[in-house]
Design a binder for this molecule. Structure first.
Ligand code: AMP
Length: 145
């Protein structure tokens, strides 16, 4: 199973926010969209959007622990700029390894530099769980004739 298989079911929509938005805006949008991360994007000079980084609920937690004023601090001060990304052909096993090694739970998926979706650790666990159920079913059918 690949990231492409997960995205075909989940869809390619990715929630985004601008670098100038505040951490308070991030909290509101994370709750509204019921998700754990937002990609930080700005309009690209030639049209479309350029990806500047990612901000997740973990970054908000750190900001709260540091007593940062959420209504004043812009996203660009807190976001992670060095993005770890995946490719649609990456296998679910590879991605589980990558997320564990990098200690992240969100992976933007790019194809030839274009954003085609975002996978969360929850999507990966769900896909793996479904695959295990199917494999178990076939193994049991095989064993019991
Ligand atoms: P998470 O576990 O995904 O909530 O994120 C933990 C930390 O890693 C936060 O500081 C995020 O900004 C950062 N992070 C999450 N996903 C990525 C990613 N794909 N590339 C780079 N940093 C990330």
């Amino acid at each position: 199973m690949t990231l492409n298989d997960i995205l075909s079911e989940k869809g390619s929509h990715v929630y985004t926010i601008s670098p100038a938005a505040t951490l308070d805006d991030v909290v509101q949008k994370l709750v509204e969209c019921n998700c754990g991360s937002l990609l930080v994007c700005e309009p690209a000079p030639g049209g479309g959007q350029s990806i500047l980084g990612i901000i997740t609920e973990r970054d908000i937690l750190r900001a709260c622990a540091a007593h940062l004023p959420l209504a004043e601090v812009p996203v660009e001060n807190v976001m992670t700029r060095n993005l770890v990304t995946g490719h649609p052909d990456d296998s679910v096993e590879e991605v589980m390894g990558l997320l564990t090694e990098k200690r992240i739970r969100h992976l933007p998926v790019l194809n030839q530099g274009c954003l085609v979706g975002l996978i969360s650790i929850g999507d990966v666990v769900k896909a793996q769980y479904r695959q295990t159920l199917v494999e178990n079913h076939y193994l049991k059918t095989y064993l019991h004739g």
